[in-house]
Design a protein around this ligand. Sequence first.
Ligand code: ADE
Length: 356
Amino acid sequence: MSIIADDEHIENPNTSVGKNPVVKPEIDDNDKSFELNIRPKNFDSYIGQSALKSTLKITIEAAKKREKTLDHLLFYGPPGLGKTTLAGVIANEMGVPIKITSAPALERPRDIIGILMSLEEGQILFIDEIHRLNKVAEEILYPAMEDFYLDMTTGKSQTVKTLRVPLPKFTLIGATTKAGELSGPLRDRFGIIHRLEFYTNDELSQIIKRTADILDIKIDSKGAAAIARRSRGTPRIANRLIKRVSDYAIVKYDGVINETVANESLDILKIDEFGLDTTDRNLLKLIIEKYDGGPVGIETIAAAIGEDSRTIEDVCEPFLLQCGLLQRTPRGRKVSPETYRHLGYKIQSSSQQSLF
Ligand code: ADE
């Protein structure tokens, strides 16, 4: 077989536009304050995740009617899909305060004990990246989640005493991008476990229009759809792209985002029609050009493109797998015929099927 790419081969990731974190879904400090401002506060303004929303609405209404706290909830799925936002919506709909933290901030026993003892009755405790909780913190959480108490020990060796400290009834909302890494006992203590799905282009268009409205950015429907198509099913990316495209619209045009403005500025950012950036394309091109389409191990890919294998697994892969450009097999990663087409390779083989 021979393969021919119709433009450049593996791209240089070291140019300023080449290494492009704008379509990566992890949160950074810029996103944090921005997301706080545009975050929907209730179910009516929260777009998408309709199956999950329906379940939650019923659970919340039932909890309110019974005058009980909400069951503990676990949300999992790729980053940037709105797990924290949803926790805020739930707190708002329940009419209770929310405390937001993440597992790496709960390293010492006193961190988790302190936060549990500071909770008010009915309050929501949101723990992001909950799969990173250490064993000791998990052990402290079990009785807190199940029966709302803490076992504290005082004294040393022979004089050690266990003190049972009651806690207010609270709801734990855990979020993780790696449900498989959660320990069984912790997972079992959640009443509701739900996966957040990638958003459709239509849902992303609605989110883009809503954000543009809040930020006073002028955008038409085709402009919103063009940004949506390149947002990898992820609101965090869509919201980031609006700002970049808006800057371009102001500098190069009259400030209004239409389809041409959106496509032009996203082309300049080297974000293609699937929302892939240089790193994604390099990863796929490497598998095609150096490994004949795969399968090839993740560590080999990581070393070859100069990325951390965890970053590839957590950040690049979920969307590539979802849109069928990458496949995970027991022998490593491989690409699909669609990948060849998308990247402009012509497959010169009598039997294309046998290649995959
Ligand atoms: N911004 C980020 N996620 C959103 C969502 N699901 N609905 C509305 N606005 C959002």
